[in-house]
Each structure stands twice: as C-alpha cells, then as structure tokens.
Design a binder for this molecule. Sequence first.
Ligand code: PLP
Length: 402
Amino acid sequence: ESVFQSTPRAPPDVIFNLTASYKADTFKDKINLGVGAYRDNDGKPFVLPVVKKADAILHQDPALDHEYLPIGGIPTFTAASARLILGADSSAIKEKRVVGAQTISGTGANHLGALFLSRFYHPGAKILLSNPTWANHKAIFNNVGIETIDYPYWDAKKRGLDLEGMLNVIKSAPEKSIVLLHACAHNPTGVDPTQEQWKQIAEVIKQKNHFTFFDCAYQGFASGNLDKDAWAVRYFESQGLEFFVCQSYAKNFGLYGERAGCLTAVTSTPDAANRVFSQFEKLQRSEISNPPAYGARVVNLVLNDPTLSKQWQDDLTEMSGRIIAMRKALYSALKKLGTPGTWEHIVTQIGMFSFTGLTKEQVSVLKSKYHVYLTDNGRISMAGLNTSNVEYFAKAVDDVVR
Ligand code: PLP
C-alpha cells in the first residue's frame, strides 16, 4: 500500500491528449488542428532559417560553455526583449523604469509574474481573465493562491468581441484588481480589440487603478509585423500605466521546446523597478535557480544583430503569411460549397487560431468520421491547414454543419 494510494487521478491535458489520439490514428488524411504550433505547407515542424543561422554561429563559438546563467537570465536578452515589446524609443526604458527576468518561456513568465503579485501586490486582489482564455491562465494564478474572475470576451452570436460586457466587468471589479490582457492574437478566439477599443480598455483600467498583466505569446505572428502586434502594450506605456508583460519566444522563433521567455515589468520609478527585479531574482532562485540557456542565446544573438533581425522579420512574414493564406483558402472553400452559416470571421480573426463556432457535437463528428482533431470549443490551429488538406477540411465542416 502506497502513501499515495488515495491521490486523486488528474485528468489528462486536453491538448496533449488530442495530439496523442492524432498520433495513434492510422488514417492517411488525418489532420491535427489542436496544438498551437506552426507547421509548414507539408504539415512539418518548421525550424526558422534565422534559427539555423544562429545555431551555426553558436556551435562555432569557442567561448561557448555550459555554465549557469545569472539568476535573472542573460542581461542583453532581457534588455532586447524589453526593446522588442516596448519599442527602442520607449520612455520607460530610457528612464530606467523597466526590468526583466528571463523565464521558462511564456508559461514561466506568467508563473513568475503571478507568484510575485501573490506576494507583493494587494493581498486578496483577484485577477480578471477573458472568457475564454488560454487554458493555463486559471491554473497558473490559482496555483499561487490568486482567485480569478471571468470577464466576457467572445460574443458567440456576433462571432466577435463583446466589448461592452468586457468593460462592464472590468468597471465593476474591486479597485486595484489585476486584469490579464492578451497583447495580440487572442488565444483561443483570434479576436483582438481595435485600437479604439484598446483605448477604452486602458481608460477603464486607469479609472479603477487596476494593474495590467499582459500576456504576449504571438508578437510578430498575428500581423507579421512586430511593431503592430506590440501596439496595445506601447499604448498602455504611453498612458503612464504600470504593467507586467509576459513574452514567449515559442511561436515567433519556433523555439517551443527550448523554453525561452521573459517577464518584463514597466513601473513608474527606477527605484520601484529595482525593487521588483530584486524580488524576481529572489523568487526565481528558489524556483528554478536560473533559467535554461540555449533558446535565450539564440534569441539574444538575433535580437542584437541587425542582419539576423531582418532575417527573422522575413521568417515571421513567411509564417504569418501562410496562415493568412490558409484563412482565405478555407473561407473561399466554404463559400464555394455554400456551407450554411457565416464564415467571415475565419478571415477577420488573426494569429494562430480561429474560433470557428463549431459545436461540441460537430467537433465530435469531425473527429470520429473525418479524423480531424480539434478542441471541443471549436478552436482550430490555422497552422495545421495547408494547400493539400484545406479542401478536405472544408468538405468535412460542410458536412457536419448541414
Ligand atoms: N500564453 C498564451 C496566451 C499562449 O497561447 C501560450 C502558448 O500556447 C503561452 C502563454 C505560453 O507558451 P510557452 O510557455 O510555450 O511559451
């Protein structure tokens, strides 16, 4: 008899479980639209050309060793990450009000930010999360004892943003709550506020003295343009707001398994910034001692080299361009079939995902009859589509909605 005999069995992770079912399926035309990982037009994982170049440079570097990184990570990496999201001419950076810690990709950035807030923000403050949101958000905040409140986000009828519902809940939350916002390419809906809507959101947050927690997992992936995808974050800075921003290099560098990320804090004084950083280091020390080196070395090299940065931008244009092309291809295939319902949202949504509006029952038929794997909420990863399977997928959708 084990002391863990009565440990409750945890349910399997939905996304990773979906991939396992897909892998076990022997049907030749099967499609995996579950996991949010970019695939090329042959359905294969994609190593960015700029990452291959950086790999080659790193492998030839005689000075490269396997020593520990500093607790807060590679200083030039965290500085470049701040410039990437805030812009090279950011006043906060110039005024030394910005600090950053290298983290275990975006998940680690969310965790470190959450842990810090659980210790050093107003006791009992809750975090407001969009409904729906990335499945991990609730768990990450609950793990450190921060309770969550949902704010409306997806208007199923409109197949778009429920701005009014969102603003109402942010307005009615207790002062100094924490508001989590997806900086761009909202996961899972693919629906982002417009610039005018962002201004309204910032205004309400300012009025209520809320603290903003940006999660930015898709910079450069949404529009293909790094600056455009950082617009909301930069606008918040211009409004004199303090905030955290979690950056992931999983998607935009294709460094999924290397776990390169950053937690950047924008504060109103250099003194506060230094205090915050000292606690990031202290928390990080007891949690992971110091962050993993390789992925951050790749990113550090690219972000601090103009030629490599230019190549990265080209790689981003290629990935985001292929995704946008697949949106158009799926939309026109559904139009051609005369599939019942409206499908414009497929082309207006941005980033890795599309929230199709397919029901749980329809998703289940897609799986059992067509070997197409997607989450029950009808979210599809656009990157799983390519010129060889998009027609097949459109026909399958056409069948299940009729
Ligand atoms: N935040 C959001 C909204 C995401 O969609 C993801 C990945 O899917 C992440 C954070 C973190 O991913 P990672 O830890 O792989 O960087």
